[in-house]
Ligand binder design. Structure first.
Ligand code: ADP
Length: 399
């Protein structure tokens, strides 16, 4: 029997998301989440495929305890971490810097290098590292693979990666565009090519990953050539709680005139801006509901969100020269027909013409939502970051 299962771990500061996949057929054996780690009210929700969801409430002190709790749930299904069928553990790691452009088997040296990248991703890499350390402690003999959110964007050309700031300063502090959500952009751009019946190398696509975090990418022939997130995930599109693009002088103004400290500005722009900042809600469903009832702030938030999206669609059309498809993905992109409709409204000059009925129809399948005479395809492709992480990890350890 060849080991074909991969456990995918996505470790956040107070959460641990996981999926167990079987790469023999890409099927999912279990999906789960531990949340509020370190609090009294921790919760583990475990959903093995084909049987009922189990929930456990009560304090889970740290990531070590969280992973042990996950391991015992998996063991109860007969798919424990000691199973000979487990081929690898795949870890989502947010920042790979310029060092990591491929999935990488983790050893002490790699772990040290991921640790050295913490200053670039202080909110994310420490939690990812904790997840790796705990998983290695539980199964030291098993290959553990880091899959980096930045990796797919490592191909963007220098002119798109550089900020126009003092070159020596940029170099000294590793300041450049890295981009994030790369696993999703990789998966979705490939799946979009398949939907068009073409090889990835044959198509140019604009991917709009619109979740709570949101990013756009321009992918030419399967290779990423630009992306909207930058040094950190703060740049680019309007997000649930992040501002996306803004004049950097807003930061000076908040400091000098409003008297905010740098950490307060960080929190303001990352956690209290975006849709939440504009209208008090970060869930697009709620915003659409409120806007539908005539709420002016919700309508403005929607309009700002869509205006930014349009600018990226136009910008990346110029970057790519020829666009074969604009592809919507993630929570908002997959579900909010109104956002898709507004984002391409008036863009027939760029070759984008929506089919209203196809766009309004609900489905969880990859699908086209454009009119027959749309020169550029408009598609909805559900993302699957866990499957992509598992596939990359499995591919690496079975090579
Ligand atoms: P994350 O970035 O947390 O992975 P997701 O990709 O799951 O996010 O997207 C979450 C967001 O998707 C929610 O905040 C919500 O705004 C949006 N969303 C989910 N379902 C719908 C829906 N039916 N209509 C509009 N927006 C939705």
């Amino acid at each position: 029997m060849t080991a074909s299962r991969v456990l995918v771990l996505n470790s956040g500061s107070s959460s641990l998301k996981y999926q167990l996949l079987d790469m023999a057929d890409g099927s999912r054996l279990a999906v789960g989440l531990v949340e509020r780690i370190g609090e009294e009210t921790s919760r583990l929700v475990h959903s093995p495929t084909g049987s009922g969801t189990r929930e456990r409430r009560g304090a889970i002190a740290d990531h070590q305890a969280a992973l042990k709790a996950v391991a015992s749930e998996l063991a109860a299904d007969g798919t424990g971490l000691d199973s000979p069928e487990l081929a690898a553990i795949g870890h989502r790691v947010v920042h790979g810097g310029t060092r990591f452009t491929e999935p990488t088997v983790i050893d002490e040296e790699v772990l040290a290098e991921i640790r050295a990248l913490v200053p670039l991703a202080p909110l994310h890499n420490p939690a990812n590292i904790t997840g790796i350390e705990e998983a290695r402690a539980l199964r030291p003999d098993l290959p553990q693979v880091a899959v980096f959110d930045t990796a797919f964007h490592s191909t963007i050309p220098e002119h798109a990666a550089h900020y126009a700031i003092d070159a020596a300063t940029a170099e000294a502090y590793d300041i450049r565009r890295y981009g994030f959500h790369g696993t999703s952009h990789a998966y979705v751009s490939r799946a979009a090519a398949a939907l068009l019946g073409k090889a990835p190398a044959e198509v140019n696509v604009i991917v709009l990953h619109l979740g709570n975090g949101a990013s756009a990418s321009a992918v030419r022939g399967g290779i990423c050539v630009d992306t909207s997130m930058g040094l950190t995930p703060l740049e680019g599109l309007v997000m649930g709680t992040r501002s996306g693009d803004l004049d950097p002088a807003v930061v000076f103004h908040l400091s000098r005139v409003a008297g905010l400290g740098i950490d307060e500005v960080d929190t303001l722009l990352n956690k209290r801006s975006g849709l939440l900042g504009l209208c008090g809600d970060n869930d697009m469903r709620e915003i659409l509901r409120r806007a539908g009832e005539g709420d002016a702030r919700a309508k403005l938030a929607f309009d700002v969100y869509v205006h930014r999206l349009k600018k990226y669609i136009g910008g990346y059309t110029a970057v790519l020269g020829r666009v074969d498809a604009v592809v919507f993905t993630a929570g908002v992109g997959e579900n909010a027909a109104a956002v898709r409709e507004a984002a391409v409204d008036g863009l027939s000059g760029l070759g984008l013409v929506l089919d209203g009925a196809a766009n309004a129809a609900r489905s969880s399948e990859p699908r086209l939502v454009c009119a027959e005479d749309s020169r550029v395809a408009i598609a909805v492709v559900p993302t699957d970051e866990e499957l992509e992480i598992a596939a990359q990890a499995y591919d690496l350890v079975t090579r």
